[in-house]
Write a protein that binds this ligand. Structure first.
Ligand code: GLY
Length: 327
């Protein structure tokens, strides 16, 4: 399997290879990004260009941002080689793959599932929760029951690769709830469509070999993702426990509500998180992707190594995020 580090290097080289130098210069020049803003746009954590492509396929035909982010999130959910999301995700320490996801639309409506087992597309179940129930979140057995009632099929989500990794982990069974920048790639995906409708989605299998029942930030509205059609949206990847304590994505959107550019909003929020939890942040990663309703974007992480995919101006590219701590 490709290691996270070589994966990142290849991604950035890929972006450099398929783009002209001026575009790259603009993309890396922080606040100048606003000059290239145009709609539609979609951004995702990590090198999820297949996901941004799927979202773009919806957006460029005048589709709705909500449909775009769902289509995008379903790509890694179905990918057996993505060991942090959906099918193929690493299991908990008892060998069960448990999934978390949330989604928000342009009206501020939200749906979420957590601790969901046996269903390949938790993001689509989250959307059904939003659209077909009076609730926001369903958990565990209840979420599974709802998914089955809605016609989702029961699937074995534990691949041979994930089982082997778990068997290897069990030899020592060291429970170290540490997420580092090499292995965690929850997808958070945000879109703004041609009609200025915003939406966001986030989906994950969570921390590898976590305690049974552990839920991270990804299904929690405001922690793993937040979208507000008046302001913008944020999504993240990284150690869920930090984001649960800080409601990181909500903070980012509120920074924008006070007038901050998406890049500044991400930077301010990361700085606040690092100031509040300096020791935890020394060893753990959090990275945000952010858009505002003007079509501007930002990204920022605690540590180097976080990257993101952006599809805008007809180009689907990967960029390395700046970070609080430098190399
Ligand atoms: N950020 C995903 C998780 O911690 O579960």
């Amino acid at each position: 399997m490709t290691s996270r580090r070589s994966f990142l290097s290849k991604s950035v080289l890929g972006a450099l290879a398929i783009s002209d130098s001026q575009f790259i210069k603009n993309a890396f020049s922080g606040l100048n990004r606003s000059r290239s803003a145009s709609l539609p746009m979609v951004i995702a954590t990590w090198d999820n260009r297949k996901a941004t492509q799927a979202a773009w396929d919806v957006l460029h035909t005048n589709g709705r941002a909500l449909d775009a982010v769902e289509a995008g999130a379903r790509i890694p959910e179905a990918d057996p080689n993505d060991t942090s999301v959906g099918y193929g995700g690493f299991p908990d320490r008892d060998g069960h793959v448990t999934l978390d996801a949330c989604i928000m639309d342009e009206f501020g409506m939200a749906g979420s599932v957590c601790f969901l087992e046996h269903i390949m597309h938790p993001i689509s179940v989250a959307r059904r929760v939003m659209e077909k129930t009076p609730h926001v979140m369903l958990v565990g057995e209840g979420a599974l029951q709802f998914a089955l009632e809605e016609g989702f099929e029961k699937t074995n989500l534990l691949t041979d690769t994930a089982r082997e990794a778990w068997e290897k982990w069990k030899v020592k069974s060291e429970y170290k709830p540490v997420i580092n920048i090499e292995r965690h790639d929850t997808i958070g995906i945000l879109a703004l469509d041609k009609q200025n409708r915003i939406a966001g989605a986030c989906t994950t299998s969570g921390m590898a070999f976590k305690m049974r029942g552990r839920v991270g930030d990804s299904p929690i509205i405001g922690a793993g993702m937040f979208a507000d059609n008046e302001v913008g949206a944020a999504a993240c990847s990284g150690l869920g426990e930090i984001l649960l304590r800080t409601l990181g994505c909500y903070q980012v959107v509120e920074e924008m509500r006070r007038g901050a550019h998406p890049q500044k909003a991400a930077e301010t929020t990361i700085r606040r998180i690092v100031q509040k939890y300096p020791e935890i942040c020394q060893k753990n990663q959090v990275g945000f992707v952010v858009i505002d309703v003007k079509g501007r974007h930002g990204a920022y992480a605690i540590h180097p190594g976080f990257n993101f995919a952006l599809y805008q101006n007809e180009q689907n590219l990967v960029f390395e995020s700046d970070s609080h701590f430098k190399k």
